[in-house]
Structures are given as structure tokens and as C-alpha cells.
Design a protein around this ligand. Sequence first.
Ligand SMILES: [Zn+2]
Length: 94
Amino acid sequence: MNYSRHHVTPRSRIRKSKNTVLLPEKFHDSWHYIFGDLTPIETIFFLKELNARMHKKRIITKGEIQELREGIKEGRNETEPQKRTKGKHQPTRS
Ligand SMILES: [Zn+2]
């Protein structure tokens, strides 16, 4: 079986040491196809929101899935992690 190195926290978004794990290649490719470069906590919110939508709709388009992913990354969704920490921690944006 072939393995490839996965950055648990996406290196494109957050620099962190001791952040890699070897995953079977097909699983790794599938992970990024579904979750893109979401952080682990964003992945949980993505799944939660996607699950809620799957109970409400008969069709969910590729565009809606992409929009959901981007919305979570940018803090545009109700379930977005940053909104839950408002008041406790205000991240600065540059
Ligand atoms: Zn990866």
C-alpha cells in the first residue's frame, strides 16, 4: 500500500511543527477532495452543517458544497468555529 504525507493542520493556512501523518494515498486524496484545506475543527463543522442540509434537501450541488466549505473558512456560516468563540477571543484580520 502506498502512503502519502498529510498535514493535519493545513500548512497552507497554519504553520505548525509535528503536524504530519502518513495516510493511504487514496484515502488522503479522498480527504482533500471532500474537505479541501479545512482545519480539523472546521472539518467537524463542515460535516455537521452538510448533514443538516442533507436532511432538508434532495439535491446538494458541487457549488453548494464548495460554498459551504469556503463559508466555514471565512466565518460566514452559523456553525463556523470563530463565531462560537466570539467574546472570548477576537482574532485580528490583516
Ligand atoms: Zn493532506
